[in-house]
Design a protein around this ligand. Structure first.
Ligand SMILES: *Cc1c(COP(=O)(O)O)cnc(C)c1O
Length: 399
């Protein structure tokens, strides 16, 4: 830590809302899967801005597209059409097989919009059809409605009263979901793969079962793919991996490679209940964000790109399982698919993350004790080896 680092820490402490427990480095720039701090130290970035920098840092086509669009026009109102937004919407509709897209600026806004369209649609069937069911241990965002949908009571504390109409079930428990559902169920909102909660994948048959229950009760199935989507699972949408199609899907994090954006996609049947004035946004889907999204949407869905995610992800998982064999008392379980992987520890993970940072890699711990790997999708097997050898170096201290 240098004097200039300390200056940033002090400035931050005097001015920024203290809601993050930050790691003590000041990041400055990046290239590919590497990030550099202001002192020039290099880190292999296996967090990728929390599943955001899918194409790595300073990816030339992305930088060029953003610069080009910034020179033409950064923003105009959604009262007008832009080529960039129409293209991004058309690409998402084509990729998903859904019919309509809407752009916001974040994951929370994407889910907020999804909840709104679900409520509007259900209301058109029955004004009392308002129940939204989400999962315990889920994460859907920080606005009041998405916070309420987030099934982690500790995030709710002190923010009440929260809106009515939200209930929770255990992820992967179909019988419990069935017992909670009725004609009053408006929607079931699930992460296709739970990220923040500790990287939990759906059990075989679970999502198909959820789909059937939603059909039975005329409830909408909303998949939150803000973290697991955009190629991370090895398919562009994680739901493609499980062969289950939602009525609404939400995206954000990786969608514009680092430029803030969020989106929800839905069917014509749902979209048709939304009329001019029912929803809106000033910034959402502006030409700058959509120009960036268009690069991601032209790159990530390519079969070779997705195959790379699948290949390097399988390699990564196999190596994590080997690490588990080496440290059976420290690593309880390895979970995930593609490049959304988790290693559940028997101890808290924060000190390990700090030790690995000192060795030169950015990794993450979620849910207190799950090392979570959501790196740029362009990482190589050699870089996987590099990070795992750093972890291997620090683990003996914790045995
Ligand atoms: C990150 C995340 C969100 C919230 O996104 P923000 O952009 O932080 O609002 C919602 N759902 C999931 C699954 C996420 O991973």
């Amino acid at each position: 830590m240098t004097e200039s680092d300390q200056k940033v820490f002090d400035e931050d402490a005097g001015a920024y809302l203290p809601v993050f427990s930050r790691y003590k480095i000041v990041l400055d720039h990046g290239e590919g899967p590497y990030a550099y701090d202001i002192d020039g130290n290099k880190y292999l970035d296996f967090l990728g801005g929390i599943a955001v920098n899918v194409l790595g840092h300073d990816y030339p086509p992305l930088v060029t597209a953003i610069a080009h669009q910034a020179r033409k026009m950064i923003h105009c109102s959604n009262l007008y059409y832009t080529r960039a937004q129409a293209d991004a919407a058309a690409k998402l509709v084509k990729l998903s097989g859904l019919d309509k897209a809407f752009f916001g600026n974040s994951g929370a806004e994407a889910n907020e919009g999804a909840i709104k369209v679900a409520r509007k649609y259900a209301h058109s069937l029955d004004p009392e059809k308002s129940q939204i069911i989400s999962a315990w241990n889920s994460f859907h965002g920080r606005t009041i409605a998405t916070l309420t949908a987030t099934g982690q009571p500790h995030y709710h504390e002190g923010f009440g009263p929260l809106p009515d109409g939200f209930t929770y079930v255990h992820y992967n428990d179909l019988a419990e979901l069935e017992s909670m559902m009725s004609d009053k169920t408006c929607a079931v909102l699930l992460e296709t793969i739970q990220g923040e909660g500790g990287v939990y994948t759906p059990a075989p048959g679970y999502l198909e079962g959820v789909r059937k229950l939603c059909d039975k009760y005329h409830a909408l199935l909303i998949f939150d793919e803000i973290q697991a989507g955009i190629g991370r699972s090895g398919k562009f949408f994680a739901y493609e991996k499980y062969g289950v199609k939602p009525d609404v899907v939400t995206l954000a994090k990786g969608l514009a490679g680092g430029v803030p954006i969020g989106a929800f996609l839905t069917t014509d049947a749902v979209a048709s209940t939304m009329k001019p004035g029912d929803h809106g946004t000033t910034f959402g889907g502006n030409p700058l964000a959509c120009a960036a999204a268009n690069v991601v949407l032209d790159t990530v869905p390519q079969p070779e790109f997705l195959q790379h995610v699948e290949t390097v992800g399988s390699y990564f998982k196999a190596q994590l399982l080997k690490l588990q064999e080496k440290y059976p008392t420290l690593i309880k379980e390895v979970r995930g698919t593609g490049l959304i992987l988790g290693a559940e520890l028997t101890i808290p993970g924060r000190d390990i993350v700090n030790d690995v940072l000192a060795k030169g890699a950015i990794i993450n711990c979620t849910a207190g004790n799950v090392l979570r790997f959501i790196p740029p999708l362009i990482i190589t097997e050699e870089q996987v080896d590099e990070v795992l050898s750093m972890i291997d170096d620090v683990l003996p201290k914790y045995c």
